[in-house]
Design a protein around this ligand. Structure first.
Ligand code: ZN
Length: 408
């Protein structure tokens, strides 16, 4: 990608993505193949007045070696230097930019049960730090084209062409234009209008039906809001965009209220492996049966990562005609595919969906019906004939989606 375009993209991520404040620290997480973009992000960070910008590099091939050669015991420990780093993050609250560019099949061949066990062991050690940071600092996930990812998306093209084409799709879906920051302000406004409409309905349930077999009801919380686009940090009230792109209006459903079956409409890339053509059946809010043409074992393992991994954490509404779906590209990356289609997420819910959430403790928010889990995995269920009917607290039925798109 051209340097001028990377520069503009970096500027968007720093100014609108995390809305970096003067004197704040910035941390960028990226794969080593994204050095040209990361350099521009670091430069944009300093231009915005960053106190210090740090970069945390990763490389799938090296991760694989760690998982292969380290014992489960070693993988299950969190060394002291990592704890110190987390303590520092809690104290200084740096803005964080995550660049996703990974190969959707990048962890193929790695012992997935070993990865899962290691994650289960380290999570309780990391969780107190995650909880202390939650909702307090700006973060943003955005994409960058890598050769392995591009070849997965465009298998028929030569590597160089595939990378260029994926970059073009990333730029287009990220609303890169003459003035991307202004385009995002406008987009945030539109998403907020949609959310306001939904919030004024006072919905208690959504009922999904589609010709692919989906027939599913999910309960909503009386005091939970639909959110979309920009969010605000707790305390410092900084408005930022956690996902670029983002097309969704989402909320956290009521734990324990989900019945029926949903069929996936896009493959799910989970821990570097693909799960395809799957269905999940829910009873009393919990996934009780899963089937998949590919990756069924991995899906079963995913919903049993902890006691609450089988409960829902997110319900998101995205029209079938979203700009991302219109690209007709299957990205094999959740950031893009989740914004192309209505989706649900298994696992952790968003406490900031509760109205005036800052007045409650995390425990109180969870006991209201927001699920807590070590996983949060989005999966796509939007189709071109998806119907969603909402029921309000006073028993009125309102069409929310008709033929895959907003009905209002
Ligand atoms: Zn979502």
């Amino acid at each position: 990608m051209k340097k001028t375009v990377l520069k503009k993209y970096a500027d968007l991520l720093v100014r609108r993505g995390v809305s970096l404040k003067k004197g704040q620290c910035l941390t960028v997480f990226a794969s080593v193949d994204q050095a040209p973009l990361v350099k521009e992000i670091v430069a944009a960070g300093y231009k915005q007045g960053a106190k210090a910008v740090s970069v945390e590099w990763s490389f799938d091939e090296i991760e694989k070696l760690h998982y292969k050669h380290q014992s489960l015991k070693t993988l299950s420990e969190v060394p002291n230097w990592k704890i110190e780093k987390l303590k520092n993050r809690v104290e200084t609250l740096p803005a964080r930019i995550y660049i996703t560019s990974e190969d959707p099949d990048g962890m193929k061949g790695v012992n997935q049960a070993k990865i899962a066990k290691a994650r289960m062991a380290t999570y309780p050690i990391l969780k107190p730090f995650i909880d202390q940071i939650e909702n307090k600092e700006q973060w943003c996930i955005a994409g960058a084209a890598s050769p392995a990812w591009a070849k997965k998306v465009f298998p028929g093209l030569k590597k160089k062409e595939a990378v260029e084409k994926l970059w073009d799709a990333i730029m287009q879906t990220s609303r890169m234009c003459d003035d991307p920051v202004a385009a995002w302000d406008e987009h945030n406004k539109n998403l907020k209008e949609k959310c306001d409409y939904l919030n004024n309905l006072h919905l208690k349930e959504l009922h999904y039906t589609s010709s692919n077999g989906t027939d599913f009801r999910v309960g909503l919380l009386d005091n939970a809001l639909f959110l979309g686009g920009a969010e605000k940090t707790l305390g410092s009230n900084i408005v930022f965009n956690p996902n670029i792109p983002s097309e969704e209006c989402f909320t956290s459903p009521k734990k324990g209220e989900a019945e029926g079956i949903v069929y996936s409409t896009k493959p799910l890339s989970y821990q570097g492996e693909l799960i395809e053509n799957f269905s999940i059946r829910f009873e009393k809010g919990k996934a009780v049966e899963v089937k998949a043409e590919k990756g069924e074992e991995l899906l079963k393992q995913m919903i049993s990562m902890d006691e609450t991994a089988g409960y829902l954490g997110e319900v998101a509404l995205i029209p079938y005609d979203s700009p991302i779906n219109k690209t007709n590209i299957l990205f094999f990356n959740t950031l893009y595919d989740e914004n192309a289609s209505c989706h649900l997420a298994l696992g952790m819910g968003f406490t900031n969906c509760i109205k005036d959430y800052e007045k409650y403790t995390k425990e109180e928010l969870n006991s209201m019906g927001i699920n807590d889990s070590m996983i949060h995995v989005d999966f796509m269920i939007g189709s071109n004939d998806l119907d969603i009917v909402g029921e309000t607290i006073d028993g009125k039925k309102i069409q929310i989606f008709k033929d895959g798109n907003w009905a209002f």
